[in-house]
Design a protein around this ligand. Sequence first.
Ligand code: HEC
Length: 133
Amino acid sequence: MKKVLTLTILLAVLASCSDSDTYQDIENPGTGTPTNPTNPTNPTEPAAAITYTKNVKSIIDANCIGCHQSGRSAAFRPLTTYAEVKAAVENAGLLNRIQLQTGQQGIMPQAGRMAQANIDLIVKWNTDGLKEN
Ligand code: HEC
């Protein structure tokens, strides 16, 4: 019986040790808040919000406006200004289109899916509130 008790205590001690603190837990004791890799000087400040001017416009210019501007094949849905791109996210399924797989009906750009980093960025732009600047 004593052996069983000793073993139980030993197991309990081991179990409590197995949930070992990560480097981040030690850096931010108690909170479990991960450090912010994009803003290492201020780990508690969230990363800056994605904005149209800073992050999104260059992706749309490089991948979409070849067709989505006046005189081109998709002139009915221009994507050359903040208001136009925002409206396309809100009313024309832009986020769905860019997240389809290459070859799927409706994928944008039509030639195939963009790099995942670009897609993630535009999705996060929406999450962050579709800010202009
Ligand atoms: C090669 C030309 C071409 C490129 C490049 C292109 N599109 Fe399109 N896009 C079209 C055409 C044509 C349509 C209309 C046919 C359709 O709905 O699939 C369209 C439709 C759309 C629609 C639906 C519009 C509506 O009002 O229903 C969205 C949103 C869209 N594109 C977003 C994009 C985005 C974002 C990009 C860049 C990442 C892009 N497109 C790149 C040609 C293009």
